[in-house]
Design a protein around this ligand. Structure first.
Ligand code: MG
Length: 240
């Protein structure tokens, strides 16, 4: 029986690629202009040269910082502190999903700058809704999943995320069922190995919710069947 959900934030619960790529680039240009003394126009034209389709903002930022010989972490933190979040909104799909999560404990494991991830939760009014683990390292969520496994068995958990490596492979390695949401910059990536293959693949959180509910029904049905005791055969008294 599923008791808890391990949820990812970016491009799973929120549409980060769609809503925050532009604000990130705008702030990155401003920060780099301030730090290098170059004009916004110059920085923007260099950014265009670096940018590739579906390039994650962290890779773009790193490439940019290396080009200028500037400290990547310092720039990342500065952009995280100052980026405008006004375009960030919870989708109807996400709101409906969260409203249906009442029976489950939610563990949110999110990778990236803690400053920015906290700002996102604050902005969306989601502080206190989940137990949050901030992963500021390389996206290896196994460490946090193992902590959750101290409280729940793998059969009681389900992991929902968009990232083949960070969520799907990590949860698969711990025998936790996985739902991959095809969203954001990674939506066209295909699993190449068995351990990268999710148990289910969906396009929306509503579909993920249906899977969870179906799993619950299957579990309850199985439990009901196994608890049904065979009826003892009645002995017919023999008439002498
Ligand atoms: Mg994600």
């Amino acid at each position: 029986m599923i008791k808890a959900i391990i949820l990812d934030l970016d491009d799973t619960l929120i549409d980060t690629t769609e809503q925050l790529t532009e604000p990130w680039e705008e702030m990155l240009v401003l920060v780099l202009s301030e730090q290098t003394g170059r004009t916004l126009r110059e920085i923007k034209s260099i950014l265009k040269r670096f940018k590739k389709t579906n390039m994650p903002t962290n890779k773009l930022t790193l490439a940019f910082c290396e080009h200028f010989g500037i400290n990547y972490n310092a720039v990342k933190e500065e952009v995280s502190r100052r980026i405008s979040l006004s375009s960030l909104k919870l989708s109807y799909d996400a709101k409906r999903f969260l409203r249906s999560m009442g029976p489950y404990k939610i563990f949110l494991i999110t990778t990236g700058s803690k400053i920015l991830q906290e700002r996102k939760l604050q902005h969306l009014g989601l502080v206190g809704h989940f137990t949050v683990f901030f992963d500021e390292s390389d996206g290896n969520k196994t460490v946090f999943m193992k902590k959750i496994l101290g409280k729940y068995s793998s059969e009681e958990l389900i992991c929902i995320g968009d990232n083949i490596k960070n969520e799907i492979t990590a949860a698969n390695s711990l025998n936790i069922s996985t739902i991959r949401v095809l969203k954001g910059k990674r939506k066209d990536l295909r699993p190449e190995k068995k351990d990268e293959t999710p148990t289910w693949t969906v396009h929306t959180l509503q579909e993920a919710l249906k899977i969870i509910e179906t799993q619950q029904r299957v579990y309850l049905h199985k439990t009901a069947l196994s608890s049904r005791k065979p009826t003892p055969s009645r002995r017919i008294p023999t008439v002498r």
